[in-house]
Ligand binder design. Structure first.
Ligand code: HEC
Ligand code: HEC
Ligand code: HEC
Ligand code: HEC
Ligand code: HEC
Length: 217
């Protein structure tokens, strides 16, 4: 007999081979799923903060615009965090002795910023610029989610390279007039966001780049 293995062994070998292949496929698809999942990207993750600051209360409740606290997104790469003085515009009078605002009062007294934990954090080899996006009419909501519904800040998007590049290839559905960038729940007039965005992009010459050096420089 030319066969090296008995018939049974042959069946076992096939089972192991196909089982192994199946297992490999399951393994790669699950690791891809995990790699893509919010658990891996950090999307929706909430970090513990030194003060339980609520965007929901201050944006939807008190009605403050993002610009009241994030003052540099129109002019620089960074949106910036507010100094404790900004909080004390109100909290010098409102809850002036609340223990949960002690880190803000201490910070004002010592000049040391409140030690907020970074929620959105790209690796250092990625170049990002707020002012370029805001000037082009990409809303805060598109990348940070419904901040006005967040009792505690959470990462609102995957922030993966594929996520950046997908929009750079076809930004149309995500463009709005630049004066509406801080608005939450904005919708395109007429209901066709793609057609509206295409028109805005044509009028204003908006064409994001997908070359590597745009984001890695
Ligand atoms: C009253 C001040 C105030 C207003 C108004 C405000 N923010 Fe904030 N924002 C903060 C503070 C303080 C932090 C840091 C603490 C935290 O992460 O919750 C912060 C954090 C953030 C972060 C996360 C920063 C990081 O670590 O990655 C984003 C995104 C953000 N704000 C977006 C917005 C948007 C969008 C608006 C308008 C819809 C807005 N904020 C309005 C004070 C404010
Ligand atoms: C324009 C006035 C104003 C400013 C500026 C302001 N707050 Fe408030 N804050 C309020 C009001 C009003 C409430 C009560 C909101 C409620 O209960 O709905 C509040 C509530 C709070 C609370 C209690 C928990 C909560 O959200 O109800 C914390 C903590 C707080 N603010 C932190 C901050 C910090 C930190 C800053 C600066 C980054 C800040 N606030 C800036 C008006 C302000
Ligand atoms: C195209 C996506 C995009 C848009 C639009 C955008 N952000 Fe961001 N934002 C990011 C990313 C990505 C980071 C993290 C940057 C890093 O780690 O270098 C970030 C970081 C921040 C931070 C942390 C501090 C800082 O400056 O890095 C704040 C606050 C913030 N954004 C607020 C805003 C506000 C307010 C708006 C609207 C006016 C806005 N962002 C629009 C993607 C965006
Ligand atoms: C929702 C759409 C969208 C997302 C998401 C997005 N971008 Fe952009 N990006 C744009 C648009 C629109 C422009 C402006 C193009 C123009 O003005 O022609 C732009 C411009 C840029 C620029 C050029 C800035 C300059 O100096 O000219 C850089 C860098 C950039 N994006 C990096 C990133 C990175 C990194 C990410 C992911 C973390 C990202 N973008 C995510 C839409 C997006
Ligand atoms: C629009 C922005 C953007 C462009 C264009 C872009 N990248 Fe990236 N790249 C990113 C971001 C954001 C990350 C970080 C992703 C993360 O942390 O999950 C990244 C990560 C990477 C990494 C690290 C490995 C990884 O996947 O996390 C490599 C390598 C890389 N990019 C190479 C490239 C090359 C090569 C090109 C051109 C073909 C390119 N990138 C174009 C935004 C961009």
């Amino acid at each position: 007999m030319p066969q090296t293995f008995a018939k049974n062994a042959n069946i076992w070998a096939r089972l192991i081979l196909w089982g192994g292949l199946g297992g490999l496929i399951i393994y790669t698809t699950t690791s891809w799923a995990v790699f893509q999942s919010s658990w891996a990207t950090g999307e929706d993750r909430v970090l513990e903060q030194p003060v339980p600051f609520s965007h929901e209360h201050h944006v939807a409740g008190v009605g403050l615009d993002c610009r009241y606290c994030h003052t540099t997104f129109e002019t620089s790469r960074f949106a910036g965090l507010p100094p404790s003085e900004t909080c004390l515009h109100c909290h010098a009078h409102l809850y002036p002795d609340a223990p949960y605002l002690a880190p803000v009062r201490d910070s004002f007294r010592t000049g040391e910023p409140v030690a907020w934990q970074r929620v959105n954090d790209l690796p250092d080899f990625v170049y990002f610029d707020h002012s370029a996006h805001v000037a082009a009419g990409v809303g805060c909501e598109t990348c940070h989610g419904r901040v006005d519904r967040m009792p505690l800040m959470a990462q609102g998007a995957p922030l993966t390279m594929a996520w950046c590049v997908d929009c750079h290839e076809a930004p149309w559905a995500h463009l709005r007039p630049p004066d509406a960038v801080t608005e939450m729940g904005w919708t395109a007039p007429g209901g066709d966001a793609v057609a509206y965005g295409r028109r805005l992009a044509a009028e204003r010459g908006i064409a994001p780049d997908t070359s590597c050096s745009t984001c890695h420089r």
